[in-house]
Design a protein around this ligand. Sequence first.
Ligand code: UFG
Length: 342
Amino acid sequence: MSKTVLVSGGAGFIGSHVTVELVQAGYDVVIADNMSNCDETNYKGVCAILGRELPFVKMDFCDAKAVRDLFAKYPIDAVIHFAAFKAVGESVAEPLKYYGNNLGSFINVLEAARAKEGGCNVLFSSSATVYGEPEQQPVTEQSPRQSATSPYGNTKQMCEDILRDSVKAYPGLKGIALRYFNPIGAHPSALIGELPRGVPNNLVPYITQTAIGKRECLSIFGDDYPTPDGTGQRDYIDIVDLAKAHVAAVTRMLDGKMKAGYEIFNVGTGRPCSVLELVKAFEKVNGLKLNYRITARRPGDIAAIWADPSYANAELGWKAERSVEDTLASAWAWEKHIAGKE
Ligand code: UFG
């Protein structure tokens, strides 16, 4: 009998890609989302890719009763928890909104999961932000976490700790935290992708919106970092590769292959890429010129971070495969797809 995975925040950018990969790997998926930061585009895209509708529940994970009812209705074997606010700047302006929502919803999920007869598996979407500005590159799962510089980053650290402590205390509960580096790109079908509201904070949506003419000019935030070309370096991971890491992690949990009740994996490529390198790669693969200029550093940005993904490679049997060129071509195809719908 196939296993059921609940994807909270399943109508969002990462959740929709993970849903597609889970279903294609043979899992039953229930999507739940309050649609507070997205519309139906990605849910419809998921259904179009898979050629069928999936169970979809519009609900808020801060509503404990709604979460309990969801667990009563569906035979949930594992939860992948994406439902959270994610804007760093907004979290500084409205910390209580972030702590209330991101911690409250996760606690409700864990309460329902631990009460489930036969146990439950919980996968938490964490972030490389927990490493702060690393002293050594690449970062391994043993690299020290650093004090978060925003309430958003702090909720990632706190949720990791809540999961670790809950797994220790409640028999039957198992947990994995995946620490994502910088997810970019879109599904090769161009039917699902990132849909930032308003002016994008992240680099790749800003690039694609500039290329299509929605933004006049990309600002490259600083070229005086201690990096080879002076611009910031990140580990850009293809969204479909990232989604596949979730399938591998869920399968590890459900097959009883975990080495401890709580495990952490870096999900990255292991390759640093600078802002300028990414811009050049985007121009080359898509055959266009991007309007950009160098501006001041963005407050709060770090110079560089990239992953050592070897633990995930070895233990999950997973590896990032798509080239950055293919990923940037998919990001551009997606931007054109949504422009065509406007
Ligand atoms: N950048 C620009 N111009 C832009 C946007 C970004 O030059 O318009 C640069 C940034 O300075 C950085 C790189 O592009 O060097 C990547 O920036 P992103 O905003 O795309 O990604 P970040 O690495 O800043 O953000 C990521 C996650 C956040 C997380 C943060 C923690 O997207 O969720 O890391 O530092 F909180």
